[in-house]
Design a protein around this ligand. Structure first.
Ligand code: ATP
Length: 453
């Protein structure tokens, strides 16, 4: 099978994100901070749309899932019980010549990849960021910035069970920041030291875990396809017995073909009863479930689909990036799925002449009540279309001098460049239908094909 690769290399994408206000280096005026990034005006919209799409699919549209927003700082015992204090580490080696540090499990030879120098013996380096709670900075007051959101859901298992009266199988979903003091960094937002996760802990009866595991692998893969990611750029990878984490019975990664190659976008693990058993032991609380059918207390097994917001954002950007030729010029465009495009509609008066302003502003005021809408009247209409294409805006609405007479406007589609002319009074409903996937040439009453048919 030939591998298709996203048409973009990382440098081009980083430059587009910087130039158009998707993503900036953190604290850029001070030279940036390694592996920390700020999402700009368009990036924040993209990220919010991804999170919203996930929440809609896993919480809003399901009867068997509830949400949670646990605090980032947790009792230090949480990280003892989870095994993170003991085991959440990477083997680190240092080059004796250039002093650069590397993860030894990622190296292909025993020499420094940069200068070929000799490397030190590996030392385990814990990835959790430490800080202190309260005014005294001593051992007794150490807390950690969470390296995953999952533990917040395990320790709230009983709270959720008692307050929602959910029966097995059911899940808890959470979106939030996590922090890891990663050893190897780079590849833009693929590996950050501060990042956002979208995690599900799905509690099931032991014995049904395999079935639910398979269900979630398929469900999650389909979700990426529903965001517009090409199937051929997605691949499942099963963890071998040797690489399975200490808590996992089975694990699959959903890998995406990033510009640097296939890499993990989401991990799905069957964690068995590890987490509830360990937290029950450590806290002294009985974290179990009364099964009314068998009249027994059982410890549920947990299926965990754990996704990264930043890695999803990177994948959708890579997948959407394209260059084609329009009107004899190279056109850069993002084929973003309308559900995640930062701006859904741009309102563009054909000219800056004052006669067009009142109607244009009126249309803009109406549309922005429904979607993120932008208004742009600077420079030629061709230039303005290009600007919207480059940030992935699916539709532009143009108001021209005829609009003043016939009360109609033109809708132009980003991907096909086709245009239709529709009455202003049906503009909102028409756009809604197009954003929901209806073909552009399905016309409202009084509408007509304008260009590109
Ligand atoms: P890797 O092997 O790439 O370090 P991981 O297996 O440690 O990843 P998990 O612990 O399974 O990652 O975390 C679940 C998800 O959280 C990942 O699939 C990824 O999307 C996201 N994630 C983890 N670490 C980072 C990071 N440093 N930066 C951005 N996203 C991350």
């Amino acid at each position: 099978m030939t591998e298709s690769r996203p048409a973009v290399d990382m440098e081009k994408l980083v430059s587009l994100c910087r130039r158009r206000g998707f993503i900036f280096p953190s604290s850029e005026i001070y030279g940036g901070l390694s592996s920390c990034w700020d999402y700009g005006p368009l990036g924040v919209e993209l990220k919010r749309n991804i999170k919203q799409a996930w929440w809609r699919a896993v919480v809003q549209q399901r009867d068997d899932m509830v949400g949670l927003d646990a605090s980032i700082l947790m009792h230090p015992q949480v990280w003892q019980a989870s095994g993170h204090v003991e085991g959440f580490s990477d083997p680190l080696v240092e080059c004796k010549s250039c002093h650069k540090r590397w993860r030894s499990d990622e190296l292909e030879s025993d020499k420094c990849p940069d200068c070929g120098g000799e490397l030190t013996e590996p030392k385990l380096f814990n990835l959790m960021f430490k800080t202190f709670i309260g005014p005294v900075e001593d051992e007794a007051n150490i807390v950690y910035l969470r390296p995953e959101t999952a533990q917040g859901m395990f320790v709230n298992f009983e709270n959720v069970l008692n307050t929602t009266r959910k029966r097995l199988p059911f899940g808890i979903a959470q979106i939030g920041k996590s922090f890891r003091n990663e050893v190897t960094t780079g590849n833009f937002i693929f590996r950050c030291r501060e990042f956002e996760q979208m995690e599900i802990e799905f509690f099931v009866k032991p014995g049904t875990d395999k079935e639910w595991f398979d269900y979630w692998v398929e469900e999650r893969l389909n979700w990426y396809v529903s965001l517009g990611i090409k199937k051929e750029n997605l691949k499942l990878r099963e963890h071998t017995k040797e690489e399975l984490a200490h808590y996992a019975r089975e694990c699959y990664d959903i890998n995406y073909l990033y510009p640097m190659g296939w890499a993990e976008m989401e991990g799905i693990a069957n964690r068995g009863d590890f987490d509830l058993v360990e937290h029950a032991k450590s806290s002294g609380k009985g974290l179990n479930y009364y099964d009314e059918e068998t009249k027994e207390h059982i410890v549920p097994y947990i299926i965990e689909p754990s996704a990264g917001v930043d890695r999803t954002a990177l994948a959708v950007l890579c997948d959407a990036y394209d260059e084609d030729v329009a009107d004899g010029e190279i056109r850069v465009l993002l084929h973003l799925h309308p559900s995640i495009a930062p701006i859904k509609v741009a309102v563009l008066p054909l000219s800056r002449k004052e006669t067009l302003a009142p109607l244009s502003k009126e249309v803009y005021a109406e549309l922005r009540q429904h979607w993120m809408t932008s208004f742009d009247e600077a420079q030629s209409i061709g230039r303005r279309y290009r600007r919207q294409d480059e940030i992935g805006t699916p539709f532009c609405v143009t108001i021209d001098f005829d609009s003043l007479e016939d009360k109609q406007v033109t809708i132009r589609e980003r991907d096909s460049l086709r245009q239709i002319r529709v009455p202003i009074e049906s503009l909102k409903n028409t756009l809604q239908a197009k954003l929901d996937g209806e073909d552009l040439f399905v016309l409202p009453e009084g509408g007509k094909i304008w260009k590109g048919g």
